[in-house]
Design a protein around this ligand. Sequence first.
Ligand code: G4P
Length: 305
Amino acid sequence: MDIYQKRKMRQEKKNNQQNNEVEKIGINWYPGHMAKTKREISEKINLIDMVLEVIDARIPLSSKNKEIDSLIKNKPRILIMTKKDLCDEQITNNWKKYYEEKGYQVLLVDLLHDKNLNSIFSKIDTIAQELNKKRQAKGLKPRKTRILILGIPNVGKSTLINRLVGKKATNVGNKPGITKNLEWIRINAYLELLDTPGILWPKLEGKNTALNLASMTAIKEEILNKEQVSIYILETLKKYYPEFLKQRYQIENLEDTPKIIDTIGKKIGAISKNEVDIEKVSTIILKDLREGSLGKVTFDRFEQN
Ligand code: G4P
């Protein structure tokens, strides 16, 4: 066996291992790196005063990393649910209450269309004032409050940073005593933001968590079985939002999911070699869902968790 054949065999073995892994956890987006990320966040935590934890309002449970509590220790935190414009507010508000009952400060926001972020600033101000009161009680001078934004990919962390900082943003750069490579952005005279958000990997604990994440966020589609995800989307819509499905694709009978795919394929002309191209139909379903063309939906449900 020559070196190329050996290499090919090794690669095939690796691919098989990877496929098994993907099957085992459903949809594997974030292999590895977790330990490094956790270490980095733990290091940053000591430099900050407050955390803005960002989750997606359409999947308020699946997009929330459960390890965050131990990572951020007792730092004050505001839970920010983004994409209000895309969620089913009735269901999402139940999740908001659920988190509030657990003691979280929660805000539901539309980062693309809300004219201002006063609700966020007002909560930040309250926490900042409390922190400075505590400092004063200890005989320390008040100082700027440093904020870290945390969350899994695609929940809107960068959008939030840009909105909070606005056009006036000035990068205050590194300061003596602060770990190298960390840049602080000035929000205003008394607030500073760490320029890079902490990225957490979602924990794919249950089958629905992985599928909910796959449904709502576009990440690493090459290792994600689009067809499996689009079938899940159709099943979920059939269960909770049948009218959206009927209206969007003009379908009357929602009994048989493969038939729905077939009907959508024929309607949108996703046909290759005289057969409905399931890959194309799946792409359209995913796109329609993520852009909100199917309607405002929330996929996380209490009864499933
Ligand atoms: P991340 O840093 O957490 O990874 O997320 P990012 O801010 O990049 O946001 C991910 C996508 O979600 C972006 O869309 C962003 O515009 C969108 N987004 C964030 N917040 C909201 C919101 O409240 N409502 C809606 N409708 N969308 C929101 P994109 O299409 O991936 O990128 P872009 O083309 O908008 O830049």
